[in-house]
Each structure stands twice: as structure tokens, then as C-alpha cells.
Design a protein around this ligand. Structure first.
Ligand SMILES: N[C@@H](CCC(=O)N[C@@H](CS)C(=O)NCC(=O)O)C(=O)O
Length: 130
């Protein structure tokens, strides 16, 4: 579940990428659908994205990605490789996102974070794997 222009598109993209079967529910966030009791039952924080998988409810985009990856057998077996995946997902959520979206830090943080990222992408197409 998510709004049209929200972090839910990250989950939407990943579900498409791995060809999972899912139903995407678009909430009308302009009218505050994400703050209504039905959605607050799923995520009491009133934030998207959130998923419902059977009886199981989960929110936080990074956590949902990791859950879906594990569920669909996309996670490596090695602890160290898994930890690197956690590292990049948390980097995106906790460091890159706030760094470039929070106006007060944007000017300083954007080049600081994107320069090393661009350097990595000079020599490889993905942060990890093929
Ligand atoms: N850390 C959360 C952030 C969730 C978040 O802030 N979602 C925004 C949309 S991108 C939201 O629901 N905003 C509505 C609001 O705050 O009322 C995640 O990655 O899922």
C-alpha cells in the first residue's frame, strides 16, 4: 500500500523485478487515507509503504524489501553478504534519504554522499552482485 508519489514505489519496483504476485493498493494521501483507522491498524505510524501478507503486517520500506527478498529466496546464505545488503538498505533509508531530502543538510550532504556512490558506479553497474 502506498501513495502515488511515495516510498511505496521502491517496494512496487522490487515486487515487479522479482515477478512476485501482489496487489498494490494506492491510498489517497491527499485526503489523508493513510491516517484513517483502517490503515492505522496496519501501520499505527500512518506512514506508507506498508504491506499485508496473510495475517502479517509490516511497514518501513527497507524492512519490507528485506522481508520480501528473504521470502522469495533472494537473500544469500552468508551472514557477511546478508549484512552488506542490510548495510545498503539502511544506508539508503537512514543516511542517503535524509541527507538529500532534508533541506537543511541537502547542500552539504548531497555531494558528500553522491561522490563516493558515483565512484563505485564508475567501475560496476550495481552496488552488489551482477
Ligand atoms: N522510514 C519510512 C518513511 C515513511 C514515510 O515517511 N512515508 C511518507 C511517504 S514517502 C508518508 O507516509 N508520509 C505521510 C505522512 O507523514 O503523513 C520508510 O522508509 O518507510
Amino acid at each position: 500500500m502506498g501513495g502515488v508519489r511515495s516510498r511505496a514505489s521502491i517496494i512496487h519496483w522490487y515486487l515487479e523485478e522479482i515477478e512476485a504476485s501482489y496487489e498494490f493498493i494506492t491510498l489517497d494521501m491527499q485526503s489523508g487515507e493513510h491516517l484513517k483507522p483502517d490503515f492505522l491498524e496496519i501501520n499505527p505510524m500512518g506512514k506508507v509503504p506498508a504491506i499485508v501478507d496473510g495475517e502479517f503486517k509490516l511497514s518501513e520500506s527497507g524492512t519490507i524489501l528485506l522481508y520480501v527478498a528473504e521470502k522469495y529466496g533472494k537473500m544469500p546464505d552468508y551472514l557477511e553478504k546478508k549484512a552488506e545488503i542490510f548495510q545498503w538498505v539502511l544506508f539508503a533509508n537512514a543516511t542517503l534519504g535524509p541527507g538529500i531530502f532534508i533541506e537543511a543538510s541537502r547542500e552539504k550532504e548531497t555531494p558528500r554522499l553522491l561522490t563516493p556512490l558515483n565512484k563505485i558506479f564508475d567501475t560496476q553497474s550495481y552496488l552488489m552482485g551482477e
